[in-house]
Design a protein around this ligand. Structure first.
Ligand code: 13P
Ligand code: SF4
Length: 301
């Protein structure tokens, strides 16, 4: 084991800390994870953990979600500049304005939103449970779904509900083009095609499945197929390969890289544990309202 990893392990013990790592992080960061997962899995782990410090290796909204769920813990980001451009595409003010035009609508928001936006929601969702959440809103005549227009389209097709959506999208997932899938299938005709629901509808229509990153990991493990074309951020390929050494995983395109997910390194994790400096905290009034939307999701699904 490297000296750096030894140091990280020692600091982790001294600080009573755990390291949570999203599936898109660099291999060197995945290798030091106590828990590796998708945004829903990591929020659940944060909520249950009895650690005093959570080192969150992901993007800002994920660390914020952990802090909303565990205000008594210190949630630290190794690089606090790791944001999510999709989350930044809608503000609380934008959402209040949209709500004022649809006062009776139930308001569903993707976890990829700021705490200020979550405070305006009735219920939160992730890509793992978005379809289930909308399916449960039977009594609502209108449903607002923000900020991802492509996830909204996917959920709308799966549930048969018309959704009032927002013009948000993930700049990384839109780099995956239909022709990338077509070319990859030509090259690997026996491969299953799995993509993230943040992809465009044209890409999703060419896939066998559209799944959250956590569900992709499960699907790859359980499927009898030996080859997979992966339509999401390329960081997940490392985990898929490690979990399934007898199977092959091909990125639909090498261009699907989220620069914010790549800002975290082992060195920054070490500094984070030493200095406990870049803390993510949400003001109490916002935190309480945002927590209601997250709790409702965790109770519902
Ligand atoms: P998951 O919840 O599927 O991990 O997705 C998070 C994300 O940011 C996808 O781009
Ligand atoms: Fe945000 Fe897209 Fe990066 Fe996910 S991949 S964190 S949605 S920018």
């Amino acid at each position: 084991m490297s000296q750096l990893i030894d140091k990280i392990n020692k600091l982790k013990k001294d600080r009573h800390a755990i390291i949570l790592v999203h599936n898109y992080q660099l291999p060197e960061v995945q290798d030091i994870a106590d828990h590796l997962g998708d945004s829903l899995e990591l929020s659940r782990i944060a909520a249950k953990s009895d650690a005093e410090v959570i080192i969150f290796c992901g993007v800002h909204f994920m660390a914020e979600t952990a802090s909303i769920l565990c205000p008594d813990k210190k949630v630290i980001m190794p690089d606090i500049k790791s944001g999510c451009p999709m989350a930044n595409m809608i503000t609380a003010e934008d959402l209040r304005e949209l709500k004022s035009r649809h006062p009776k609508a139930a308001v569903v928001g993707y976890v990829n939103t700021s705490a200020d936006v979550k405070a305006e929601l009735d219920i939160c969702c992730t890509s793992t449970n978005a379809v289930e959440v909308v399916n449960k809103l039977k009594s609502s005549e209108e449903i607002i779904f923000v900020p991802d227009k492509y996830l909204a389209d996917f959920v709308s097709k799966k549930t048969g509900r018309v959704l009032i959506s927002w013009d948000g999208y993930c700049p990384t997932h839109v780099k995956i083009l239909p022709e990338d899938i077509i070319k990859s299938v030509r090259k690997h005709p026996h491969a299953k095609v799995i993509v993230h629901p943040e992809c465009t509808p044209e890409v999703i229509s060419l896939a066998d499945e559209a799944l959250s990153t956590g569900k992709m990991c499960k699907y790859a493990k359980e499927s009898p197929a030996k080859e997979f074309i992966i339509g999401t951020e390329t960081g997940i390929i490392y985990r898929l390969g490690k979990d399934n050494p007898d199977k092959k995983f091909y990125p639909a395109t090498e261009l699907a890289v989220c620069p914010n997910m790549k800002r975290t390194t082992q060195e920054k994790v070490q500094w984070a544990l030493e200095e406990l400096r870049e803390e993510v905290r949400v003001p109490d009034e916002i935190r309480r309202r945002a927590k209601k939307a997250i709790d409702r999701m965790l109770e519902m699904v």
